[in-house]
Design a protein around this ligand. Structure first.
Ligand code: GTP
Ligand code: MG
Length: 325
């Protein structure tokens, strides 16, 4: 199936033409340059040969995957599933095992079934994640993306804690050409959020994207604040937020995944965005995230610029890792 067909209907910001889908594929491929040169080079080499499949091959695969931030548990799971698949299919040579591995890698990423797109207006997205994960940048990217798809977007500067956070988002809003509700540092985040939902309702906005803090003053609990914000949204719009997007920085490795897990319990995370894939040689983190966070990966951040964003597609991702370039 073509990438376009796979992405078609995946929500209001999915590519609408073959060309757009192809551009997106290229972004994913480029963002995995470092991983292909990094941890994945060895994996590809292991499965290029005519050599018989041996226990040693599996051990070396294990080592390479763990090096690539796939995580011990996910690595063992993946290797065992690949071994089983090879046995079932009577695979004897390393290069034949390659397709078995590819299939199981895709399966890991596909285990978290995609949510069917939710129809709502305004469609409210609450963006959460630890500080520096790339939330604000992602919001800029999403704003531009939805706007390009003909949607009327509003953004809310719900991070009122960090100095200059609102200004940073204001600059992005201007660049993307979308309106913003912002009251600057020190304002009550709940009030900003409440106002933004009201404004979205009044103006008939299609999409409202809400930024949140990644860190608060020691005397405030971030998770409690986020719950509060979610409740404020619900007061104004009972079925919102329609998407709670957890942003995870690919360069932070296993520790980043562990930190991200704390958000799962506090707010009902629906989807994950992995940022800075271009900045790591250990893109195996995507597999660990899929297994540990147990939410579909919806987006991939592929660079610092406003259009460095792709919808995450398991097949494209795995193909790009195996690509010879
Ligand atoms: N290379 C690369 N850099 C990124 C990407 N996404 C974000 N960044 C960079 O990561 C840094 C932090 O991004 P922000 O968007 O400010 O992160 P944040 O989560 O809003 O941070 P706080 O507001 O402090 O909680 C910035 O320097 C971004 O340019 C990406 O996909 N690739
Ligand atoms: Mg921010």
């Amino acid at each position: 199936m073509s990438l376009f067909k796979r992405l078609f209907g995946r929500g209001a910001d999915a590519p609408r033409t073959e060309e757009e889908a192809h551009e997106e594929e290229q972004k994913v491929e480029q963002s995995l340059d470092k991983s292909r040169k990094g941890f994945f080079r060895q994996v590809v080499q292991l499965f290029q040969t005519d050599e018989p499949v041996t226990e040693e091959l599996w051990e070396e695969l294990e080592e390479a995957l763990i090096q690539g931030d796939v995580g011990v548990e996910t690595t063992l799971y993946l290797v065992n599933r690949t071994k089983d698949r090879c046995n079932r299919h009577g695979v004897k040579k390393a290069h034949e095992a390659r397709d078995m591995l590819k299939t199981e890698m895709m399966n890991v990423l596909q285990e978290q079934a995609e949510r069917p797109p939710v129809q709502a207006r305004p469609y409210v997205i609450l963006v959460v994640g630890v500080n520096g994960a790339g939330k604000t940048t992602l919001i800029a990217k999403l704003s531009q993306r939805y706007k390009r798809m003909g949607k009327q977007v509003l953004i809310a500067a719900g991070d009122t804690f960090r100095a200059a956070a609102s200004e940073q988002l204001e600059i992005w809003a201007e660049r993307a050409g979308v309106p913003i509700i912002s009251r600057g540092q020190g304002a009550d985040a709940g009030a900003v959020v409440y106002d933004s939902v009201s404004r979205a309702l009044e103006t008939g906005a299609d999409v409202l994207i809400i930024d949140t803090a990644g860190r608060l003053h020691a005397k405030f609990n971030l998770m409690e604040e986020l719950k509060k914000l979610r409740n404020v949204i619900r007061k104004r719009l009972a079925d919102a937020p329609h998407e709670v997007l957890l942003v995870i920085d690919a360069t932070t490795g296993q520790n980043g995944v562990l930190q991200a897990k704390t958000f799962l319990k506090a707010v009902d995370v629906t989807d994950v965005a992995i940022t800075k894939m271009d900045g790591t040689g250990k893109g195996g983190i995507a597999f660990a995230i899929s297994q540990d966070i147990e939410r579909p990966i919806r987006y991939l951040g592929t660079g610092e610029k406003i259009d460095d964003l792709a919808l995450f597609d398991p097949e494209t991702f795995v193909d790009a890792l195996f690509m010879e370039k």
